[in-house]
Design a protein around this ligand. Structure first.
Ligand code: NDP
Ligand code: PYC
Length: 339
Protein backbone atom coordinates (compact mmCIF):
# COMPACT_ATOMS: atom_id res chain seq x y z
CA UNK A 1 0.00 0.00 0.00
CA UNK A 2 1.29 3.46 -0.92
CA UNK A 3 0.86 5.85 2.02
CA UNK A 4 2.99 8.65 0.52
CA UNK A 5 1.31 12.06 0.92
CA UNK A 6 -0.71 13.21 -2.06
CA UNK A 7 -2.40 16.26 -3.55
CA UNK A 8 -6.04 15.84 -4.61
CA UNK A 9 -6.99 17.59 -7.84
CA UNK A 10 -10.07 17.67 -10.05
CA UNK A 11 -9.53 16.60 -13.64
CA UNK A 12 -10.00 20.24 -14.72
CA UNK A 13 -7.19 21.20 -12.35
CA UNK A 14 -4.98 18.42 -13.73
CA UNK A 15 -5.64 19.66 -17.25
CA UNK A 16 -4.91 23.26 -16.32
CA UNK A 17 -1.68 22.18 -14.60
CA UNK A 18 -0.62 20.18 -17.65
CA UNK A 19 -1.53 22.85 -20.21
CA UNK A 20 0.05 25.71 -18.25
CA UNK A 21 3.25 23.78 -17.58
CA UNK A 22 3.59 22.75 -21.21
CA UNK A 23 3.09 26.35 -22.35
CA UNK A 24 5.63 27.57 -19.79
CA UNK A 25 8.28 25.26 -21.22
CA UNK A 26 7.54 26.61 -24.69
CA UNK A 27 5.15 24.14 -26.33
CA UNK A 28 2.86 25.73 -28.94
CA UNK A 29 -0.84 25.93 -27.94
CA UNK A 30 -2.16 23.27 -30.37
CA UNK A 31 0.44 20.78 -29.15
CA UNK A 32 -0.06 21.72 -25.50
CA UNK A 33 -3.80 21.05 -25.93
CA UNK A 34 -3.32 17.63 -27.50
CA UNK A 35 -0.54 16.60 -25.10
CA UNK A 36 -2.43 17.80 -22.01
CA UNK A 37 -5.46 15.75 -23.10
CA UNK A 38 -3.45 12.55 -23.27
CA UNK A 39 -1.82 13.16 -19.86
CA UNK A 40 -5.18 13.87 -18.24
CA UNK A 41 -6.61 10.70 -19.81
CA UNK A 42 -3.75 8.65 -18.34
CA UNK A 43 -4.11 10.15 -14.87
CA UNK A 44 -7.92 9.85 -15.00
CA UNK A 45 -7.70 6.16 -15.95
CA UNK A 46 -5.20 5.33 -13.18
CA UNK A 47 -2.19 4.83 -15.48
CA UNK A 48 0.39 6.42 -13.18
CA UNK A 49 3.40 5.82 -15.42
CA UNK A 50 1.66 7.54 -18.37
CA UNK A 51 -0.40 10.19 -16.61
CA UNK A 52 0.70 13.53 -15.25
CA UNK A 53 4.15 12.08 -14.48
CA UNK A 54 4.72 12.44 -18.23
CA UNK A 55 4.90 16.23 -17.75
CA UNK A 56 8.40 15.70 -16.33
CA UNK A 57 9.25 13.52 -19.32
CA UNK A 58 7.80 15.88 -21.95
CA UNK A 59 9.44 18.92 -20.34
CA UNK A 60 12.79 17.09 -20.28
CA UNK A 61 12.48 16.39 -24.03
CA UNK A 62 11.64 20.04 -24.73
CA UNK A 63 14.55 21.26 -22.64
CA UNK A 64 16.88 18.73 -24.25
CA UNK A 65 15.91 20.15 -27.65
CA UNK A 66 14.75 16.80 -29.03
CA UNK A 67 11.21 17.93 -29.87
CA UNK A 68 10.03 20.65 -32.27
CA UNK A 69 7.73 22.70 -30.05
CA UNK A 70 5.79 24.36 -32.86
CA UNK A 71 5.85 21.62 -35.51
CA UNK A 72 2.99 21.65 -38.01
CA UNK A 73 1.94 18.11 -38.96
CA UNK A 74 1.58 17.57 -42.71
CA UNK A 75 -1.00 15.05 -43.95
CA UNK A 76 -0.42 13.18 -47.23
CA UNK A 77 -2.07 10.43 -49.20
CA UNK A 78 0.45 7.82 -50.39
CA UNK A 79 -2.23 5.32 -51.54
CA UNK A 80 -6.03 4.96 -51.45
CA UNK A 81 -6.07 3.12 -48.11
CA UNK A 82 -3.01 4.80 -46.59
CA UNK A 83 -2.51 8.11 -44.87
CA UNK A 84 0.75 9.54 -43.65
CA UNK A 85 1.22 12.39 -41.23
CA UNK A 86 4.71 13.87 -41.10
CA UNK A 87 4.90 15.20 -37.57
CA UNK A 88 7.90 17.45 -38.31
CA UNK A 89 9.64 16.38 -35.10
CA UNK A 90 6.74 17.35 -32.84
CA UNK A 91 4.88 15.28 -30.26
CA UNK A 92 2.77 12.47 -31.72
CA UNK A 93 -0.57 13.59 -30.24
CA UNK A 94 -1.26 16.44 -32.65
CA UNK A 95 -0.13 14.36 -35.65
CA UNK A 96 -2.56 11.63 -34.58
CA UNK A 97 -5.40 14.12 -34.18
CA UNK A 98 -4.75 15.46 -37.69
CA UNK A 99 -4.60 11.97 -39.21
CA UNK A 100 -7.57 10.37 -37.44
CA UNK A 101 -10.40 11.74 -39.64
CA UNK A 102 -8.56 10.61 -42.80
CA UNK A 103 -7.91 7.15 -41.32
CA UNK A 104 -11.59 6.75 -40.43
CA UNK A 105 -12.77 7.88 -43.89
CA UNK A 106 -10.34 5.57 -45.67
CA UNK A 107 -11.20 2.57 -43.48
CA UNK A 108 -14.90 3.13 -44.24
CA UNK A 109 -14.18 3.46 -47.96
CA UNK A 110 -11.85 0.45 -48.28
CA UNK A 111 -12.66 -1.81 -45.32
CA UNK A 112 -9.14 -1.41 -43.99
CA UNK A 113 -6.71 1.52 -43.82
CA UNK A 114 -3.45 2.42 -42.15
CA UNK A 115 -2.11 5.65 -40.73
CA UNK A 116 1.65 6.16 -40.46
CA UNK A 117 2.81 8.92 -38.14
CA UNK A 118 6.39 9.74 -39.06
CA UNK A 119 9.01 11.96 -37.48
CA UNK A 120 7.15 12.22 -34.17
CA UNK A 121 8.25 12.16 -30.54
CA UNK A 122 6.47 9.55 -28.43
CA UNK A 123 6.17 9.66 -24.65
CA UNK A 124 2.63 8.37 -24.18
CA UNK A 125 0.39 5.34 -23.89
CA UNK A 126 -1.28 4.06 -27.06
CA UNK A 127 -4.70 3.17 -25.67
CA UNK A 128 -6.17 6.69 -26.13
CA UNK A 129 -5.50 6.29 -29.84
CA UNK A 130 -7.07 2.84 -30.33
CA UNK A 131 -9.96 3.96 -28.13
CA UNK A 132 -10.47 6.99 -30.41
CA UNK A 133 -10.48 4.76 -33.52
CA UNK A 134 -12.84 2.22 -31.91
CA UNK A 135 -15.21 5.07 -31.00
CA UNK A 136 -15.92 5.23 -34.75
CA UNK A 137 -16.98 1.57 -34.77
CA UNK A 138 -13.64 0.42 -36.20
CA UNK A 139 -11.23 -2.26 -34.99
CA UNK A 140 -7.84 -0.72 -34.23
CA UNK A 141 -4.25 -1.85 -33.86
CA UNK A 142 -1.39 0.50 -32.98
CA UNK A 143 2.31 0.10 -32.32
CA UNK A 144 5.47 2.14 -32.00
CA UNK A 145 9.16 1.43 -31.36
CA UNK A 146 10.91 3.49 -28.69
CA UNK A 147 14.58 3.73 -27.63
CA UNK A 148 16.79 0.61 -27.54
CA UNK A 149 16.42 -0.28 -23.87
CA UNK A 150 15.31 -3.94 -24.07
CA UNK A 151 17.41 -7.07 -24.57
CA UNK A 152 16.20 -9.88 -26.85
CA UNK A 153 15.31 -13.17 -25.14
CA UNK A 154 18.58 -15.01 -24.67
CA UNK A 155 20.65 -11.81 -24.65
CA UNK A 156 21.42 -9.10 -22.10
CA UNK A 157 22.17 -6.07 -24.27
CA UNK A 158 19.49 -3.65 -25.54
CA UNK A 159 18.21 -3.94 -29.11
CA UNK A 160 14.47 -3.23 -28.90
CA UNK A 161 12.44 -0.43 -27.49
CA UNK A 162 9.69 -1.11 -24.99
CA UNK A 163 7.56 -1.30 -28.18
CA UNK A 164 3.91 -1.24 -27.10
CA UNK A 165 1.07 -2.89 -28.99
CA UNK A 166 -2.50 -1.67 -28.47
CA UNK A 167 -5.74 -3.17 -29.75
CA UNK A 168 -9.29 -1.81 -29.72
CA UNK A 169 -12.55 -3.61 -30.55
CA UNK A 170 -15.88 -1.75 -30.66
CA UNK A 171 -18.63 -3.31 -28.53
CA UNK A 172 -22.34 -2.83 -29.15
CA UNK A 173 -23.38 -1.93 -25.60
CA UNK A 174 -20.50 -0.11 -24.01
CA UNK A 175 -16.94 1.11 -24.24
CA UNK A 176 -14.58 -0.78 -26.56
CA UNK A 177 -12.45 -3.71 -25.48
CA UNK A 178 -8.92 -2.30 -25.36
CA UNK A 179 -5.57 -3.64 -24.36
CA UNK A 180 -2.28 -1.82 -24.53
CA UNK A 181 1.02 -3.05 -23.19
CA UNK A 182 4.73 -2.84 -23.74
CA UNK A 183 6.45 -5.89 -25.21
CA UNK A 184 9.02 -5.45 -22.44
CA UNK A 185 8.24 -7.05 -19.06
CA UNK A 186 6.87 -3.66 -17.99
CA UNK A 187 6.91 -0.15 -19.42
CA UNK A 188 10.07 1.80 -18.69
CA UNK A 189 7.88 4.39 -16.98
CA UNK A 190 7.04 1.81 -14.29
CA UNK A 191 10.72 1.26 -13.57
CA UNK A 192 11.29 5.03 -13.49
CA UNK A 193 8.53 5.33 -10.85
CA UNK A 194 10.28 2.65 -8.76
CA UNK A 195 13.56 4.55 -9.07
CA UNK A 196 11.83 7.75 -7.93
CA UNK A 197 10.26 5.92 -4.98
CA UNK A 198 13.49 4.05 -4.14
CA UNK A 199 11.65 0.71 -4.21
CA UNK A 200 13.00 -2.58 -5.59
CA UNK A 201 11.52 -4.22 -8.69
CA UNK A 202 10.98 -7.95 -9.37
CA UNK A 203 14.19 -9.70 -10.41
CA UNK A 204 12.82 -10.67 -13.84
CA UNK A 205 12.37 -7.13 -15.14
CA UNK A 206 15.94 -6.57 -16.31
CA UNK A 207 19.70 -6.73 -16.05
CA UNK A 208 22.36 -4.38 -14.78
CA UNK A 209 25.04 -3.09 -17.13
CA UNK A 210 27.13 -6.23 -16.59
CA UNK A 211 24.22 -8.46 -17.69
CA UNK A 212 23.24 -9.75 -14.22
CA UNK A 213 19.59 -9.91 -13.11
CA UNK A 214 18.88 -7.21 -10.51
CA UNK A 215 16.05 -5.72 -8.43
CA UNK A 216 17.64 -2.25 -8.55
CA UNK A 217 15.49 -0.01 -10.79
CA UNK A 218 18.34 2.45 -11.48
CA UNK A 219 20.68 -0.39 -12.46
CA UNK A 220 18.13 -1.71 -14.98
CA UNK A 221 17.66 1.77 -16.46
CA UNK A 222 21.44 1.83 -17.00
CA UNK A 223 21.52 -1.80 -18.16
CA UNK A 224 18.79 -3.61 -20.10
CA UNK A 225 15.11 -4.40 -19.65
CA UNK A 226 13.67 -7.83 -20.46
CA UNK A 227 10.88 -8.68 -22.90
CA UNK A 228 7.67 -10.21 -21.54
CA UNK A 229 7.02 -13.89 -22.26
CA UNK A 230 10.57 -14.81 -23.26
CA UNK A 231 10.97 -15.50 -26.99
CA UNK A 232 7.33 -14.59 -27.70
CA UNK A 233 7.65 -11.02 -26.44
CA UNK A 234 11.01 -10.82 -28.17
CA UNK A 235 9.45 -11.75 -31.55
CA UNK A 236 6.59 -9.28 -31.07
CA UNK A 237 9.07 -6.54 -30.19
CA UNK A 238 10.92 -7.37 -33.44
CA UNK A 239 7.64 -7.11 -35.37
CA UNK A 240 6.99 -3.64 -33.91
CA UNK A 241 10.52 -2.52 -34.86
CA UNK A 242 9.86 -3.58 -38.46
CA UNK A 243 6.24 -2.48 -38.99
CA UNK A 244 6.48 0.91 -37.29
CA UNK A 245 10.10 1.47 -38.35
CA UNK A 246 11.51 0.54 -41.78
CA UNK A 247 8.06 -0.30 -43.26
CA UNK A 248 6.98 3.33 -42.87
CA UNK A 249 10.46 4.73 -43.54
CA UNK A 250 11.15 5.61 -39.93
CA UNK A 251 13.60 4.82 -37.16
CA UNK A 252 14.26 1.61 -35.30
CA UNK A 253 14.70 1.91 -31.53
CA UNK A 254 18.49 1.71 -31.89
CA UNK A 255 18.40 4.53 -34.44
CA UNK A 256 16.11 6.55 -32.17
CA UNK A 257 18.52 6.26 -29.26
CA UNK A 258 21.44 7.15 -31.53
CA UNK A 259 19.62 10.22 -32.86
CA UNK A 260 18.88 11.33 -29.30
CA UNK A 261 22.64 11.36 -28.81
CA UNK A 262 22.56 11.11 -25.02
CA UNK A 263 20.26 14.13 -24.57
CA UNK A 264 17.73 12.04 -22.63
CA UNK A 265 14.66 12.89 -24.72
CA UNK A 266 11.68 10.65 -25.46
CA UNK A 267 11.72 8.16 -28.35
CA UNK A 268 11.88 9.59 -31.87
CA UNK A 269 10.41 7.96 -34.95
CA UNK A 270 7.13 6.58 -36.18
CA UNK A 271 3.90 4.88 -35.22
CA UNK A 272 1.61 2.63 -37.26
CA UNK A 273 -2.14 2.57 -36.69
CA UNK A 274 -4.37 0.14 -38.61
CA UNK A 275 -8.14 0.53 -38.71
CA UNK A 276 -10.54 -2.17 -39.93
CA UNK A 277 -14.22 -1.58 -40.64
CA UNK A 278 -16.25 -4.68 -39.63
CA UNK A 279 -18.67 -3.80 -42.45
CA UNK A 280 -15.82 -4.28 -44.94
CA UNK A 281 -16.05 -8.07 -44.77
CA UNK A 282 -19.55 -8.33 -43.40
CA UNK A 283 -21.68 -5.53 -44.83
CA UNK A 284 -25.05 -5.32 -43.10
CA UNK A 285 -24.27 -8.52 -41.13
CA UNK A 286 -21.54 -6.71 -39.14
CA UNK A 287 -23.88 -5.98 -36.24
CA UNK A 288 -24.83 -9.67 -35.92
CA UNK A 289 -21.20 -10.76 -35.81
CA UNK A 290 -20.15 -8.04 -33.37
CA UNK A 291 -22.98 -9.22 -31.12
CA UNK A 292 -21.69 -12.82 -31.48
CA UNK A 293 -18.22 -11.63 -30.42
CA UNK A 294 -19.67 -10.62 -27.07
CA UNK A 295 -19.66 -14.32 -26.10
CA UNK A 296 -15.86 -14.15 -25.95
CA UNK A 297 -15.99 -11.32 -23.41
CA UNK A 298 -18.76 -13.05 -21.45
CA UNK A 299 -16.64 -16.21 -21.33
CA UNK A 300 -13.80 -14.23 -19.73
CA UNK A 301 -15.85 -12.15 -17.32
CA UNK A 302 -18.26 -14.92 -16.24
CA UNK A 303 -15.48 -16.85 -14.52
CA UNK A 304 -14.27 -13.78 -12.64
CA UNK A 305 -11.27 -13.16 -14.91
CA UNK A 306 -10.52 -9.53 -15.58
CA UNK A 307 -11.08 -7.96 -18.98
CA UNK A 308 -8.29 -5.61 -20.02
CA UNK A 309 -9.67 -2.05 -19.87
CA UNK A 310 -12.15 -2.90 -17.06
CA UNK A 311 -9.73 -1.53 -14.45
CA UNK A 312 -9.26 1.65 -16.47
CA UNK A 313 -12.96 2.24 -16.80
CA UNK A 314 -13.47 1.73 -13.07
CA UNK A 315 -10.65 4.21 -12.39
CA UNK A 316 -12.20 6.62 -14.88
CA UNK A 317 -15.56 6.56 -13.10
CA UNK A 318 -13.81 7.17 -9.75
CA UNK A 319 -11.69 10.02 -11.09
CA UNK A 320 -14.64 11.74 -12.76
CA UNK A 321 -16.44 11.61 -9.40
CA UNK A 322 -13.63 12.26 -6.90
CA UNK A 323 -10.73 13.69 -8.86
CA UNK A 324 -7.26 12.14 -8.57
CA UNK A 325 -4.49 12.10 -5.99
CA UNK A 326 -1.01 12.95 -7.26
CA UNK A 327 2.02 12.07 -5.13
CA UNK A 328 3.13 15.25 -3.34
CA UNK A 329 6.73 14.86 -4.53
CA UNK A 330 5.57 14.60 -8.15
CA UNK A 331 3.29 17.62 -7.74
CA UNK A 332 6.20 19.62 -6.32
CA UNK A 333 8.48 18.54 -9.17
CA UNK A 334 5.84 19.64 -11.71
CA UNK A 335 5.47 23.06 -10.06
CA UNK A 336 9.25 23.40 -10.17
CA UNK A 337 9.22 22.90 -13.96
CA UNK A 338 6.96 25.91 -14.30
CA UNK A 339 9.03 27.91 -11.82
P1 NDP B 1 0.72 -3.51 -18.20
O1 NDP B 1 1.65 -4.65 -18.11
O2 NDP B 1 0.20 -2.88 -16.96
O3 NDP B 1 -0.50 -4.00 -19.10
C1 NDP B 1 -1.45 -3.10 -19.46
C2 NDP B 1 -2.56 -3.77 -20.24
O4 NDP B 1 -2.88 -5.07 -19.75
C3 NDP B 1 -3.80 -2.96 -20.08
O5 NDP B 1 -4.60 -3.12 -21.21
C4 NDP B 1 -4.40 -3.57 -18.82
O6 NDP B 1 -5.79 -3.30 -18.69
C5 NDP B 1 -4.14 -5.03 -19.06
N1 NDP B 1 -3.99 -5.78 -17.83
C6 NDP B 1 -3.09 -5.56 -16.84
N2 NDP B 1 -3.23 -6.48 -15.87
C7 NDP B 1 -4.23 -7.30 -16.24
C8 NDP B 1 -4.85 -8.45 -15.66
N3 NDP B 1 -4.45 -8.93 -14.49
N4 NDP B 1 -5.85 -9.03 -16.33
C9 NDP B 1 -6.27 -8.56 -17.51
N5 NDP B 1 -5.73 -7.48 -18.11
C10 NDP B 1 -4.72 -6.86 -17.49
O7 NDP B 1 1.29 -2.30 -19.08
P2 NDP B 1 2.76 -1.95 -19.51
O8 NDP B 1 3.55 -1.63 -18.31
O9 NDP B 1 3.29 -2.98 -20.43
O10 NDP B 1 2.47 -0.60 -20.36
C11 NDP B 1 1.86 0.50 -19.73
C12 NDP B 1 1.67 1.61 -20.73
O11 NDP B 1 2.91 2.08 -21.20
C13 NDP B 1 0.88 1.24 -21.98
O12 NDP B 1 -0.24 2.09 -22.02
C14 NDP B 1 1.81 1.52 -23.13
O13 NDP B 1 1.22 2.08 -24.30
C15 NDP B 1 2.77 2.51 -22.53
N6 NDP B 1 4.03 2.46 -23.24
C16 NDP B 1 4.29 3.39 -24.19
C17 NDP B 1 5.46 3.32 -24.92
C18 NDP B 1 5.78 4.26 -26.01
O14 NDP B 1 6.82 4.12 -26.63
N7 NDP B 1 4.95 5.22 -26.33
C19 NDP B 1 6.45 2.29 -24.65
C20 NDP B 1 6.04 1.35 -23.65
C21 NDP B 1 4.87 1.43 -22.98
P3 NDP B 1 -6.22 -2.01 -17.80
O15 NDP B 1 -5.84 -0.84 -18.62
O16 NDP B 1 -7.68 -2.13 -17.58
O17 NDP B 1 -5.44 -2.10 -16.52
O1 PYC C 1 7.27 3.60 -20.52
O2 PYC C 1 8.56 2.48 -21.90
C1 PYC C 1 7.87 3.47 -21.61
C2 PYC C 1 7.71 4.55 -22.61
C3 PYC C 1 8.50 4.84 -23.65
C4 PYC C 1 7.94 5.90 -24.31
C5 PYC C 1 6.81 6.20 -23.64
N1 PYC C 1 6.68 5.37 -22.61
Amino acid sequence: MNDAPGVRLTLDEVRALAFTTLRLVGLAPAHADAVADTMVAGERDGCASHGIYRLLVAAASIRAGTVAVDARPVVSDPAPALVRVDGGGGFAQLAFARGLPHLVDKARAHGIAALALTDVVHFAALWPEVEAVAAHGLVALAMTPSHAWVAPAGGTRPVFGTNPIAFGWPRPDGPPFVFDFATSAVARGEIELHRRAGTPVPDDWGYDASGCATTDAAAILDGAMRTFGGHKGSALATMVELLAGPLIGDLTSAESLARDGGRGGSPLGGELIVAIDPAGFLGAAAAVHLRRAEAVFDGIARQGARLPSARRHAARARSLRDGVVIPAALHADILRIGG
